[in-house]
Design a protein around this ligand. Structure first.
Ligand code: 5RP
Length: 236
């Protein structure tokens, strides 16, 4: 089995396990990324078979919204509901305290709003996302207003980070977020205190949100392979 087939199997297994936790009548935050794309697809299957009824989704991105429409999940906004029962989202890194780095899809601002409002936030990852310390494999994404690019870059460098403006793929120039902003991917030698770094980055004028999610996740579902058989492990 190729590496990409193995990762796909793990993502599908974990996505199915998460989609099975959704109950009829729930308001569900719909995450962004390749793993949550499978979650949205499985939710659509359950709705079509009438095993699940009357759910409403709150998308965390344009991608989630397009997929939800494709698979027949009714959508609402944060103006329409008082709370979310559940949010299901992916992550780029997960540490042993269930803290996360998110934002590989540049959707972390909306993701943090939606995921942190849910009564329960379930993270869906394959086993490659588990790390001992945040920042070891993935930089911290920061969404910022375009006019603040230079001052935010300087401020982040003063904090010891190495910022890189995220560039588009099959699009010349930088990635533009769903909100019309830029993303700096910031590498830190070591993130000793994720909570204080999360707060300090958000204190820089011009920064909207960063991809450190500290103390937000309730349950981590990890897709693993036992030989060629996918398994799902729960961390709570
Ligand atoms: C998007 C995210 C994604 O959840 C994260 O990048 C994981 O994506 P994938 O499931 O494709 O590995 O934070 O902003």
């Amino acid at each position: 089995m190729s590496m990409s087939d193995a990762v796909k199997l793990m993502k599908q297994a974990v996505a199915k396990a998460a989609a099975e936790r959704v109950k009829s009548g729930m308001v569900v935050g719909l995450g962004t990324g390749s793993t949550t794309a499978f979650v949205i697809q499985f939710l659509g299957d359950r709705l079509r078979s009438r095993e699940l009824t009357d759910i409403r989704g709150i998308p965390t991105s344009f991608q989630a919204s397009v997929l939800a429409k494709k698979y027949g999940i009714p959508l609402v906004t944060l103006d329409d509901v008082e709370h979310l029962d559940l949010a299901i989202d992916g992550a780029d890194e997960v540490d042993p305290d269930k803290n996360l780095i998110k934002g590989g899809g540049a959707a972390h601002t909306r993701e943090k709003i939606v995921d942190s409002l849910a009564d329960e936030f379930i993270v869906v990852v394959d086993s490659s996302k588990l790390v001992d310390r945040l920042g070891s494999t993935f930089p911290v994404p920061i969404e910022l207003l375009p006019l603040a690019l230079s001052p935010v870059t300087r401020a982040v460098e003063k904090m010891g980070g190495q910022p890189n403006l995220r560039m588009g793929v099959k699009k010349d120039g930088p990635v533009i977020t769903d909100q019309g902003n830029l993303v700096l991917d910031v590498t830190f030698d070591e993130i000793k205190d994720p909570a204080s770094l999360e707060a300090s980055l958000n204190n820089i004028p011009g920064v909207l949100e960063n991809g450190l999610f500290v103390g937000v996740a309730d349950i981590i579902l990890v897709g693993e392979l036992d030989g060629e058989t996918p398994k799902v492990r729960e961390i709570n």
